[in-house]
Ligand binder design. Structure first.
Ligand SMILES: [Zn+2]
Length: 125
């Protein structure tokens, strides 16, 4: 993850209504945090930031590309009943799995964890 700090840009926006979001800034995918992010505990900040890095990976790789890559591994992001962590949205499932895979202390959904790590590498992390 060390290189991620140079690859993923994080910006502060004092008008951001939520803790953090992932979106393009000046044409490049980035993470934007706001005042609510600063109010979080350090552990929660870590979780939120890595979740947003998961969204960044998704954007860098591209939704269509990673969905095809997932399907080639036998994962079905379109099947809401099989998404990890009780998620119903494939992009949130991806981002939450990214956090868990990086933390490395939960072995559930190992195929998804392996998959998001591979996508992180594909994104250059
Ligand atoms: Zn999210």
């Amino acid at each position: 993850m060390r290189r991620a700090t140079t690859k993923v840009k994080v910006f502060y926006n004092d008008k951001l209504p939520n803790e953090a979001t992932q979106r393009p800034v000046s044409g490049k995918e980035a993470i934007v945090v706001g005042p609510k992010f600063r109010a979080l505990s350090r552990d929660s900040q870590d979780w939120v930031l890595i979740h947003e890095i998961g969204h960044w990976v998704s954007s860098e790789v591209g939704l269509q590309t990673w969905v095809k890559a997932a399907q080639s591994r036998g994962l079905d992001p379109w099947d809401q009943t099989t998404l990890p962590w009780g998620q119903y949205n494939m992009e949130e499932a991806f981002a939450e799995t990214f956090v868990v895979a990086m933390a490395g202390h939960d072995n559930r959904w190992p195929e998804w964890q392996s998959f998001v790590k591979a996508m992180g590498k594909r994104a250059g992390l």
